[in-house]
Design a binder for this molecule. Structure first.
Ligand code: CMC
Length: 433
């Protein structure tokens, strides 16, 4: 594992004391000041709401340059991976650090197949959720339940790591499809060994005892690429939740389940569902995109343009470029013109020429076009964030494994500045106002 390199130090003068802090550099030239002794030296903590400027780990997995719009997994550009690999090759890359050979890929596919079923007792759980339960709620609960069915994951995770990891990757896809079938009250469809990872998912979603699933090769290829562009994104909200939970010693399933809950939030992965709901509202309202742009700019209105803006990217999100192209390809393959695509493109065009968005570096993010693509495949809106979770799973696992392998890893425990009441004594209840 490549470590950060010490490249110098930085001075700070405080209370007449000259303090020096080490400066480290990563392989792409990003620098960090090691302030781990700041409180001991100065009595102050670093205050950084939302972790805008705080690095919590060094990592060998994913590199992002938000200014230049670069995203690489283990050194490979995301567009290169999406063009030349299937999702399971990228899963292998994230977990093992290198792309698989043909033999390794074949073995990995076999492992994925052998773990695709879920315990029949777990299937029972689905029937006890109320109709129309959000599939993200079911997904996170099912994943944490896997800890009860496979408790050996808690200890020495390195033993049979491929078996443990593929089990989760394979089962998440089955759980996702089962949760959809539950939400529409249809019987579940089992995975098949003769189908690829993505085809299996589409088959479990769309076939039924009375009819074969209808999907085309363009959709299978687009799904592979969509999962690839979601596969990791370094220390985003859900990955840092997975790491935080894992740092307390929680098992893989519990950590991933927490990540799924974080992803559900509308400012994170839940934005893909919100984008379609926003476009549908614009359509109902007669297609007036200017009105929505004005609302997004109004500081007295909490509304935000969903699928726009990003903490790290201050240029076009490279994933959005790929997602937009995939969206066009899938629409062309179905010959089914979606009026929401037209609205989305108008909205993008208007926002990108508006000084509010230009000055703040707000561009379409990954969620802006993915929902339209899923919609075209027949995937319902409340499954969009589940699709994000299936894609992000290998990244969460890789982050969790890296955390476990870090000999200097410590429990995540941020500090705070307390602003509540100072010391006071409890009044007897009869004397309280
Ligand atoms: N619409 C309108 N204004 C926005 C938007 C937006 N979508 N995003 C940011 N801004 C404004 C914000 O009001 C602020 O303005 P000002 O400087 O005048 O106060 C400025 O841009 C900076 O925003 P911020 O909230 O400080 O930025 P952040 O890095 O904390 O938040 C974000 C990033 C993604 C949460 C935010 O851009 C947002 O809410 N976007 C909409 C939700 C969305 O699409 N989320 C998906 C993110 S990509 C997928 C993923 O990683 O999960």
């Amino acid at each position: 594992m490549t470590k950060m390199k010490e490249v110098g130090s930085m001075g700070l003068k405080m209370n007449e004391k000259d303090l020096r802090y080490k400066v480290y550099e990563g392989t792409e030239g990003e620098r960090a000041i090691d302030i781990s002794s700041l409180r001991k030296d100065t009595g102050c903590i670093a205050f950084d709401s939302g972790f805008v400027n705080t690095g919590v780990c060094s990592s060998n997995i994913t590199f992002i340059d938000g200014e230049k719009g670069i995203l690489r997994y283990r050194g490979y550009d995301v567009a290169d991976l999406a063009k030349n690999c299937e999702f399971i090759e990228v899963v292998y890359l994230l977990i093992h650090g290198s792309l698989p050979t043909e033999g390794q890929k074949a073995r990995y596919s076999n492992l994925l197949n052998s773990h695709s079923l879920i315990h029949e007792d777990m299937k029972e759980f689905f029937s006890h959720y109320p109709d129309h339960s959000h599939p993200m709620a079911i997904l996170s609960a099912m994943v944490v339940s896997l800890s009860s069915f496979y408790p050996e994951m808690g200890e020495n995770y390195k033993e049979d790591v491929d078996m443990k990891v593929t089990r989760l990757i394979s089962k998440l896809r089955t759980i996702a499809a089962f949760s959809y079938k539950k939400s529409i009250g249809h019987p579940t469809i089992y995975p098949k060994h003769d189908l690829s990872y993505c085809e299996n998912f589409l088959n479990m979603m769309f076939s039924s005892p009375v009819k074969e699933a209808s999907y085309n090769d363009v959709m299978v290829s687009a799904l592979n690429k969509l999962l690839i562009i979601h596969a990791d994104h370094e220390q985003n909200c859900s990955a840092s939740v997975v790491r935080s939970v894992g740092s307390a010693g929680a098992n893989l399933y519990a950590s991933i389940s927490s990540g799924i809950c974080a992803l559900w939030g509308p400012l994170h992965g839940g934005a893909n569902q919100q984008v379609i709901e926003m476009l549908e509202e614009i359509e109902r309202d007669g297609g007036d995109v200017d009105k929505v742009i004005e609302r997004a700019k109004d500081k007295n209105d909490p509304f935000r343009l969903m699928g726009f803006g990003h903490r790290v990217y201050k240029s076009y999100d490279p994933r959005a470029t790929i997602a937009k192209k995939l969206c066009m390809e899938v629409i062309e393959s179905t010959n089914n013109i979606d009026p929401l695509l037209d609205i989305a493109m108008k909205l993008e065009e208007k926002a990108l020429e508006d000084p509010y968005f230009v000055d703040r570096g707000l561009y379409p993010n990954v969620d802006f076009y993915t929902g339209l693509t899923y919609r075209e495949m027949g995937i319902p809106t409340d499954m969009f964030t589940v699709m994000f979770a299936i894609g992000r799973l290998p990244g969460w696992i890789a982050q969790w494994m890296e955390l476990k392998d870090d000999p200097h890893g410590r429990i995540a425990r941020p500090r705070q500045i307390y602003t509540g009441p100072t010391f006071r004594k409890v009044e007897p209840i009869s004397k309280r106002n």
